[in-house]
Design a protein around this ligand. Sequence first.
Ligand code: GDP
Ligand code: IMO
Ligand code: MG
Length: 425
Amino acid sequence: MNQNISLLGLQWGDEGKGKVVDNLANDLDAAVRYQGGHNAGHTLIVDGKKIVFHLLPSAICHENIKCYIGRGVVVSLEALFSEIKEAKEVLGNIEDRLTISPACSLIQPYHIKLDQLRELSNNLTKIGTTGRGIGTSYEDKVGRRSIRITDLYNETKLKDKLEQSLEFYNSIFQHSFASPKIEVNELFDINLQQAEELKPYVGNVIEEIRNLQQTGKKILYEGAQGALLDVSLGTYPFVTSSNLIGGIPAGTGISPSDIDYTIGITKAYTTRVGEGPFPTELFDETGQYLAEKGGEVGATTGRPRRCGWLDGFLLSNMVKVSGVDGLCLTKIDVLDGLEKVKISTDYISHATPSTLIETMDIEEVKPNYLELDGWSEPTSGKTNYEDLNENAKLFVDKIEEIAGVPVIMISTGPKREDTIIREKI
Ligand code: GDP
Ligand code: IMO
Ligand code: MG
């Protein structure tokens, strides 16, 4: 039985993870976020209403599911409380269904400020971050100087750590950016107030997960972002600052061998927000068509998403490095009505393929396209594979062939029920 299931995006994020989690949720007992922070934006359409989750696991939408935020997540308490407030309006009280690890590193206001100042600076590589202080908080984590949730409950330690941090950050703000400093006493008071509000949610995440594992419960490890944004496996430096599949054990405390099944999510085309290489990007009317029909606007920052054809080379690589067992293909309905659809199978390049992503030579490549006939009969809202047009089925077959794993789910629209299940996990 697949008891520990990992779900992750295989592109540059926004593959439709929120919708897929919502669809799978009926069969789950628990869900865990293990990396990233409120840079994520996961959209669900519930009873015709749009809900976007940033820091909370998307499965919180289902009242029988216990949700966890593991130690690998960087937590902005301001963002957390605002999201809990919004969630409560729709879902009622979630206090007894949400547990957060005390080992999570915090995102403090100085992380957000530095992230934004750096992005505005002309002297540094612009990544196009979400400006949420994700990278700067992870810098403190690997630099072994994070303020963690547990530190909020030791006033002396908290004050010392805030003073040390602000000495460092204020010096950067003043000398490198001519920007005002942050007052330690004010921030200390805010932290203490937040500590009180947070108390009911702090608990022993790994112990609770182990108990669930021992009692045969089904647990979903919800990846945020996408494998191509993984700091180590993605298109560095145009990545986020966490690890996707490899982040599960580190970000929760479970054993790497616990994961029974990994479902990888890919759109039927590709999108990207922010800077960085994108070999199959389209700058023509087809790109605009995908953007408009797909509603490709960032769920967190509202930035337009860059659009292009599906990149089979990157997909098959990300399937391999993530150990994907089955694929979920989303947004196939966006391609409805196109006369021709394309998939890039490989690149015209002198570099050896295996080094392309690692070394970023991907910037220089030109894609080799496979052109397929499109389909005029809509896939939109279909729930049965047999009802798809033959050309749409051929498109799915090609993706399976390129990725080397089966397409077990197809998403045909934004709603929970717009889903074809070909194989139950
Ligand atoms: P996530 O970050 O991976 O959860 O994805 P986002 O929520 O950022 O972006 C996906 C967008 O596509 C959202 O607006 C979803 O409502 C929408 N969506 C998800 N699946 C489908 C689908 O199969 N078809 C269409 N048309 N929209 C979808
Ligand atoms: P979900 O979970 C799409 C991108 C940013 C930027 C880069 C680094 O909704 O798929 P960061 O703020 O993380 O330091 O920004 O990563 N990025 C995302 N792109 N979807 C996301 O999340 C993203 N989270 C970060 O646009 O290019
Ligand atoms: Mg998103």
